[in-house]
Design a protein. Structure first.
Length: 136
């Protein structure tokens, strides 16, 4: 007769599953691929090929000059995870971390490059809110 497992898990104990051919094949594949790179804080899911999925957000500015000022201030040379480009009086922000476009719109609002009415739908789209907030 078999003795019960010492941890009390019975016949479905994980130690028994580790000896199956499927588990051994999966373990060998994981070992050959190496450790996965740790994700960045706030990073979105990465596809199997390893390229990050960038999200894009478009922000309407007061004028083309204001958009140019926002792009000049938000440009971070050498940063490959976040980009800001100008398209007329709109700016297009490609990002991995959702905090980056929120910082840009806050900076632009404080300096008058974007009005509150232009920033509200942008912030709502980033945060997932669909209704207009009632300030009481």
């Amino acid at each position: 007769m078999r003795q019960p497992s010492p941890d009390g898990l019975g016949s479905t104990c994980r130690r028994r599953r580790r000896s199956t051919p499927a588990f051994k094949a999966a373990w060998a594949a994981r070992r050959s691929l190496g450790k996965p790179a740790p994700p960045l804080p706030g990073q979105q899911t990465i596809p199997k090929d390893g390229t990050p999925m960038y999200s894009k957000a478009t922000l309407l500015c007061v004028s083309a000059e204001a958009a140019a000022a926002v792009v000049a201030a938000a440009d971070r040379p050498g940063d490959q995870n976040h980009t800001v480009t100008k398209d007329g009086d709109e700016i297009v922000i490609a990002y991995l971390d959702r905090r980056y476009p929120l910082d840009i719109v806050l900076w632009a609002c404080l300096r008058g490059h974007v009005t509150d009415e232009q920033a509200e739908p942008f912030i709502n789209a980033l945060t997932g809110h669909t209704e207009k907030q009632d300030n009481r």
